[in-house]
Design a binder for this molecule. Structure first.
Ligand code: CO
Length: 285
């Protein structure tokens, strides 16, 4: 079985979005920092409310999915469909923008720590104009497994198969078939998982460091770096001496042209112009 090696590192850089929320952006810094179908990965990690309280007031999206996962803190989501969800630590909000959504994402706490992620996953051309959809996944709806060699894995999307156990994650049935796991390992802990060879995949340690690949090809990946993996049938990682927490993402690449203008991600410039026109004339959603 071929094991994936570390092919490329996308280090996160400081960025600001919404009404001035400070975050670290790895994927999505530029068109050259995507891992098809993943468009963007932001990490918000701050003890200072000034960095995040202004939040993300009402804004549009078209053509892809936004996935928000909170490790700590608490955030209120509202959209034009009347969905209202209070995203809590350990919860996930899976929002399919499709033809259009207008929503706000506002941190609720007055003090304390906020730590979480927003991931953008592209939709195939045939699904970009489908109706918007929204799922608020509570922490207790996300299955997890204790790993035999120590550590835990939470299965947010896709199916985890490890040591004869099969665990179906909270999100299933999407056409890009994403795997989204949150894995925590003790010092020098090992995680290995089979994966379809043709899926795009990357790892994002948010705590501690990893080495990736079998010992003969192992390469280091530090916290807040997205490590893009080669193709192969197996992902194998080892935590450093302080243990590690990391996101594992994999999905079917779309192989379609991507034209992005801020919160609109389509296949052609004409479709982007249409999105802008629809938004300005109140016909996005
Ligand atoms: Co948004």
């Amino acid at each position: 079985m071929s094991t994936r090696s570390l092919q490329r590192i996308i280090r996160s850089i400081p960025a600001s979005d919404g009404a001035g929320v400070k975050l670290g952006r790895s994927l999505g810094q530029s068109p050259f920092h995507r891992v098809d179908p993943f468009l963007m990965l932001d990490e918000i990690s701050s003890d200072s409310p000034d960095d995040y309280l202004a939040g993300f007031p009402a804004h549009p999206h078209r053509g892809f999915e936004t996935v928000t996962y909170l490790l700590e803190g608490h955030m209120l989501h509202e959209d034009h469909l009347g969905n209202r969800g209070d995203l809590r630590s350990g919860g996930v909000q899976w929002m399919t923008a499709g033809r259009g959504i207008i929503h706000s994402e506002m941190p609720q706490q007055e003090d304390g720590r906020l730590h979480g992620f927003q991931l953008w996953i592209n939709l195939p051309a045939v699904e970009k104009m489908k109706a918007a959809a929204y799922r608020d996944i509570q922490p207790n709806e996300i299955p997890h497994i204790e790993l035999a060699q120590g550590g835990t894995a939470k299965v947010i999307a896709g199916t985890l198969e490890i040591a004869g156990k099969v665990i179906h994650g909270a999100m299933q049935g999407l056409s890009t078939a994403p795997l989204f796991f949150d894995v925590r390992l003790p010092a020098n802990g090992i995680f290995s998982h089979p994966v379809t060879a043709t899926l795009s995949a990357f790892l994002y340690p948010y705590e501690g460091a990893l080495t990736i690949g079998t010992p003969d090809i192992a390469l280091p990946l530090q916290a807040h770096e997205a490590g893009v993996l080669s193709s192969g049938e197996q992902i194998e990682v080892r935590a450093g001496a302080d243990g590690a927490g990391f996101l594992l993402l994999a999905a079917h690449p779309l192989g379609e042209p991507v034209v992005q203008y801020g919160p609109f991600v389509m296949n052609t410039k004409t479709e982007i112009e249409q999105a802008i026109q629809d938004y300005e004339s109140g016909e996005l959603v």
